[in-house]
Design a protein around this ligand. Sequence first.
Ligand SMILES: Cc1cc2nc3c(=O)[nH]c(=O)nc-3n(C[C@H](O)[C@H](O)[C@H](O)COP(=O)(O)O)c2cc1C
Length: 194
Amino acid sequence: MPHPRTPEADVDPEFLARWSPRAFRPDPLTPAQLASLFEAMRWAPSCFNEQPWRLVYGLAGEPEHARITGLLVEANQLWASKAPLLLVLFNRRNFSHNDRPNRTAAFDLGAAWMSLALAAHKLGLYSHAMAGFDTTRAYTELGADPAIYEVQAAVAVGAIADPDTLPEKLRAREAPSGRNPQASFVFHGQLPPA
Ligand SMILES: Cc1cc2nc3c(=O)[nH]c(=O)nc-3n(C[C@H](O)[C@H](O)[C@H](O)COP(=O)(O)O)c2cc1C
């Protein structure tokens, strides 16, 4: 069996080396690492350069970290509670220059999240996004007016730990995953009939 992370074409190894582990070491991030991760997000491209991404973070040991942990579904709490940095990502719904809906705000936030994920890996850290959390409570508990902001995902960041540190049921899943072939999503000129 080929390794699940085998590329079909030449690609920078960083794209394959980033993956989403669940075993995190509790070692705190330095302020410089934190600033570097956020700086990578800052330079993401966005429609009208609106930069609609917003994030709320908490560091292990702080009530802010416990608050984000409390929003996660139990299956995510099991492992993400150990990560030294937890984030919740929002996009601003409307453009600031005309208050009209920003159709690509989530797309732009996605670009910023991937910047963070790749920057984390360059720093020797790992990130793991999560949709499994209570979005209703995320608005109220993190001070986000749902008329203005849309919550998208939570993210755990930290150094990777030995899989043995995970609860047994998560250990077997602790491996980089594969991908569908390019031919499943790349089409020349037109999409095929659905
Ligand atoms: C928006 C988003 C939501 C996700 N939600 C969860 C989640 O709630 N729990 C979880 O364990 N993994 C979650 N994941 C991780 C994905 O399962 C993982 O990224 C995917 O399987 C690809 O694996 P890789 O990131 O290791 O390449 C999420 C990823 C993304 C991008």
